[in-house]
Design a protein around this ligand. Structure first.
Ligand code: PCP
Length: 383
């Protein structure tokens, strides 16, 4: 099965044909042998905490895989941070869910990687408006995944229109350089004025001011052209022309202030990540961030059987037995056997019970959880 844009259809993900061939062969072999053991399997990145936290998400899509199957699933809440140990535990007859492993890991790994990278950006400029501009870097079928991960990590908005429809949020964005080219050099003011006349009143008037001339000159021209209607300018200065970007931003701020445009905000974009956001956060009001999210490595989740017919098992290097993970009072992440009596808040919660999804999807709550847990564990931009 395929579709015009090279995407595996949702039905194949749901029915388990979106899988690696060795799972199909495993199922064939188990059926041939008449085996279908009752197992407990866990999704884990690292076995033990190592002081490096990541964000868990993708759980609402993962839950849909198990809809109607004879399994129970526990998982961390959406947006929870973790550092080792299981993020998800599946219990049931192995043949019931064997074919889903490939899709399950993909549904969790990439969004969790995006969200972890987005959280690093968010916390690098906590007082700025930060927007996700990275949909252009991924297959369009993944745009909602990118934008949701950014919102989960506390971003103020995102640019992708269809993702906005899927998420029930309006996309942000003003103008690309293409608009300026369509009016031509020397006609920037005409382009900005036409934009101001054309777009709805609730769209911020943010003029792109790095296209033809110096950023200071274009920013002042935008402010003089739109007067009090201009909300801000965006500097997308390309890396080869930047020199010291911080100095350019300060210079634009200085000249806007000097000419009476203190209320005009400055937004920056183009190849920015946590380090650049930290460097610019006291001189810029907002940022557009793309590749810093979409270039993120997927979290390296794997799924391992840890019990067969109630007996603990593991491959070498992994840990047998059903486990629990805890947020300790000092903001630590503790991994223990599930039947041990441990201190701290147990983090795994029911997600699916006998094939029924028992958890509501709530992005706002997940964002609150993510930011609060980031503070609790001391997640933050590295120095
Ligand atoms: C900005 C910039 C980057 C986008 C945003 C952010 O686009 O050029 O491509 O992604 P990044 O953080 O991965 O760099 P626009 O200024 O809207 O792009 P265009 O040049 O197409 O007008």
């Amino acid at each position: 099965m395929t579709d015009p844009f090279g995407t595996v259809p949702a039905a194949a993900i749901r029915d388990g044909t979106a899988t690696d061939a060795y799972f199909e062969r495993t199922l064939r072999t188990l059926e041939h042998a008449g085996k279908n053991p009752h197992v407990v399997a866990e999704v884990t990145a690292d076995q033990f905490p190592d002081g490096s936290f990541e964000v868990f998400t993708g759980v609402r899509e993962a839950a849909r895989l198990f809809d109607g199957l004879a399994v129970d699933v526990d998982a961390l809440p959406d947006g929870q941070l973790f550092d080792g140990g299981p993020v998800m535990c599946i219990e049931g007859p192995y043949r019931e869910f064997a074919a889903l492993e490939t899709s399950l890991l993909g549904l969790l790994s990439q969004p969790s990687g995006f969200a972890t990278a987005a959280l690093e950006c968010r916390l690098a400029a906590p007082d700025a408006d930060v927007f996700s501009f990275g949909a252009r870097h991924v297959h369009p079928a993944l745009a909602t995944v990118v934008e949701r991960a950014a919102l989960l990590a506390g971003f103020d908005g995102f640019s992708h229109v269809a993702a906005g429809e899927a998420l029930g949020r309006e996309a942000s964005g003003t103008m690309p350089h293409a608009l300026l080219f369509c009016f031509g050099e020397g006609e920037q003011a005409a382009a900005w004025r036409a934009f101001d006349e054309a777009v709805p009143a609730d769209v911020p008037r943010i003029a792109l001011t790095d296209t033809f001339w110096d950023e200071v000159a274009e920013s002042l021209l935008a402010a003089e052209s739109l007067g009090g209607r201009l909300d801000g300018v965006r500097l997308d200065t390309t890396g080869s022309r930047r020199g010291e970007f911080r100095h350019i931003v300060r210079e634009v701020r200085w000249e806007l202030d000097a000419h009476g445009f203190e209320d005009v905000e400055i937004f920056c974009s183009g190849g920015l990540g946590p380090a650049e956001l930290r460097e610019l956060r006291d001189v810029a009001d907002g940022f557009g961030v793309g590749g810093a999210i979409t270039d993120a490595d997927p979290v390296d989740f794997s799924l391992d059987i840890v019990e067969v017919e109630d007996e603990p098992v593991s491959k070498r290097g992994k840990l047998s037995g059903r486990k629990a993970v805890y947020r300790t009072a000092d903001g630590g992440h503790h991994v223990a056997l599930a039947d041990a009596d441990e201190d701290g808040e147990a983090l795994l919660e029911p997600l699916v019970r006998d094939g029924e999804i028992v958890r509501e999807d709530d992005l706002e709550a997940a964002t609150e959880r993510c930011l609060a847990d980031a503070e609790a564990v001391g997640f933050g931009p590295s120095a």
